[in-house]
Design a protein around this ligand. Structure first.
Ligand SMILES: Nc1nc2c(ncn2[C@@H]2O[C@H](COP(=O)(O)OP(=O)(O)OP(=O)(O)O)[C@@H](O)[C@H]2O)c(=O)[nH]1
Length: 537
């Protein structure tokens, strides 16, 4: 019997147990020198003849590779890393889309050439017996993620080190990865595999029974799936994707063509999100150049970004239950992560840090995490909150901007020392007339002391309001989620002490542009700090 059995499962599902570790096909030793090509042949298939190679180590599981066309020394080879799913591919299960994706990619490489790596990592690496135990828990109402964890198993146990060894053996120079799964993209890149871009792979004719699984993959595992596919009644007859902006991370050309007639392009090159990212990167670069040459102030470029419902509620816990209000869909969340990745810092107020305990990292797209900054006049942020944790990184990953007078208090000074010992930078500024940390002072100190050149302001209500009142934003990117919440969480506080009138406080945006992203609408415009001259130089 497995020793690390989940206590939860024992209590709530006494008959369902995780299988012994040996059963899990993921229980593979680290990829060593014994992992080699064992055999190969030409294989005629329904979709064309492929070169079939089997890789493995003595006594280990087989990694099956199908190659179509010439790939040695080639760039942009179309690659799918497909993990075994016996239930779907052999038994015809309708619970997931694995078999359809596999067949779609086989058809794709018959036309375009490419490499299919079929891995023995059944059940996302937990093995067949455990996957079936997880299915059994799903019959009792758990979703695919909770079922794994209830068994005491990780939600994701796949290891792609062998993919690198296979591609090296095949001499593939770089790949276009066909997946909807950002985890795969991140993992392959972190292994040093040259992934030039990702394209999504969305088969037509999805069975209604797999919609719940897809929905969980999108909501809990960050899969890039357009919302049109996530409604049971639409799944089967869902049209191929029509609009590119429905899938941000991955290009959707495969799904639009259905039968894979077109070549996947680098993600989002043509779409609105890519344009926004490009514009913003350009503006940040111009702003930085101007600040470096013409002023000693060094105030960062500021992008104010947040999501709100149609009636103006922003994200965060609601009421006593602490249930989170989710506003935007996965494509918009992905856009937010891509925006984070092009900024040096991300700023929130201490209220948000305490209420939401956000990570503020880049997880749904590739890219570097920004410096996480909290405006915290009383130094209340816990050192073990997610955004303060430095992890294994050596560079400064988090900073707190507090008030000079707070540091005169000995208890607060000790908290500051504790934060510093955890590699969190503590900076202090003078208070504004309300006794709070002024956003513009925080920006200046971040620019001057930490060389922050661009900052994204994400919330909460007070910081958003300060951004407007202090006219600090160079650009605003607002996501509108098509929901009504009865005004439970108003986005803006009117800081009436400082603004004689609402009209005086309101700052207009210029060059406003909007586009649909999944079910959401994104509105972007230049803010009051935008400097046209800097952009023209
Ligand atoms: N543990 C578990 N594994 C599942 C379940 N349904 C499918 N799988 C496995 O999930 C793996 C495929 O992973 P997915 O998450 O469906 O898709 P992906 O490969 O990560 O992403 P794509 O590249 O977009 O297909 C296969 O190994 C399946 O056996 C489930 O409910 N529980």
């Amino acid at each position: 019997m497995r020793e690390r059995e989940s206590e939860t499962t024992k209590r709530t599902h006494p008959k369902i147990r995780a299988a012994p570790v040996e059963d899990a096909s993921c229980a593979l030793a680290a990829c060593g020198p014994d992992f080699t090509r064992l055999s190969s042949c030409n294989l005629p298939t329904e979709t064309g003849t492929v070169q079939l190679c089997v890789y493995g180590e003595p006594g280990g599981a087989s990694w099956v590779v199908c190659i179509s066309g010439a790939v040695r020394g080639r760039q942009s080879v179309h690659l799918r890393v497909h993990d075994a799913c016996l239930t779907s591919e052999v038994l015809g299960s309708l619970k997931c889309d694995c078999a359809l994706q596999l067949r779609m990619f086989q058809q794709h490489i018959a036309t375009h050439g490419g490499v299919l790596i079929y891995t023995p990592q059944e059940g996302r690496g937990i093995g067949l017996a455990n996957k079936v135990a997880a299915y059994s828990l799903q019959e009792q109402g758990l979703d695919t993620v909770d079922a794994n964890t209830a068994l005491g198993l990780p939600e994701e146990a796949r290891d792609y080190t062998r993919v690198r060894a296979i591609l090296t053996d095949l001499g593939v120079a770089s790949v276009v990865l066909l997946t909807n799964n950002p985890f795969k993209l991140r993992t392959l890149r972190s292994l040093g595999i040259q992934v030039e871009s990702a394209a999504s792979i969305l088969p037509d004719g999805l069975p209604e029974q797999c919609v719940g699984y897809l929905r969980t993959k999108a909501a809990r595992m960050g899969h890039m799936l357009p919302s049109s596919r996530l409604h049971a009644r639409d799944a089967e007859k869902a049209p191929r994707l029509r609009v590119p902006e429905e899938c941000v991370e991955c290009d959707d050309s495969l799904s639009r063509s259905g039968a894979a007639e077109t070549t996947p392009l680098p993600w989002g090159e043509r779409d609105e999100v890519a344009l926004l990212l490009k514009t913003l990167s350009h503006e940040i670069e111009r702003h930085t150049r101007r600040e470096d040459t013409t002023t000693s102030r060094r105030r960062p470029f500021v992008t104010l970004t947040y999501a709100q419902t149609l009636d103006g509620s922003i994200a965060g816990p609601l009421g006593a239950s602490g249930e989170r209000l989710i506003i935007s869909g996965v494509p918009s969340m992905t856009m937010t992560h891509a925006l984070r990745a092009i900024h040096d810092a991300i700023i929130v107020g201490v209220g948000t840090a305490l209420a939401d305990n956000p990570q503020l990292t880049v997880r749904l797209t590739p890219g570097r995490n920004p410096l996480r900054v909290v405006l915290d006049g009383q130094l209340r942020v816990p050192v073990d909150s997610k955004m303060m944790r430095a992890g294994v990184e050596r560079r400064t990953t988090a900073a707190v901007v507090t008030l000079q007078r707070t540091l005169c208090n000995s208890a607060a000074a000790m908290r500051a020392a504790h934060l510093r010992s955890c590699r969190v930078r503590v900076l202090a500024v003078k208070p504004d007339e309300r006794g709070k940390v002024p956003l513009t002072s925080a920006l200046s100190v971040l620019g001057e002391r930490l060389r922050v050149r661009s900052a994204m302001v994400e919330g909460g209500t007070e910081v958003i309001a300060s951004c407007a009142l202090e006219r600090a934003a160079h650009r605003v990117v607002l996501t509108l989620g098509p929901k009504l919440t009865h005004g439970t969480r108003p986005a803006f506080k009117v800081l009436s002490e400082r603004a004689p009138s609402l009209n005086e406080a309101a700052c207009p945006l210029y060059g406003v542009h909007s586009f649909c992203l999944g079910d959401d609408v994104v509105v972007s415009g230049r803010g009051p700090s935008f400097d046209r001259l800097a952009m023209q130089e």
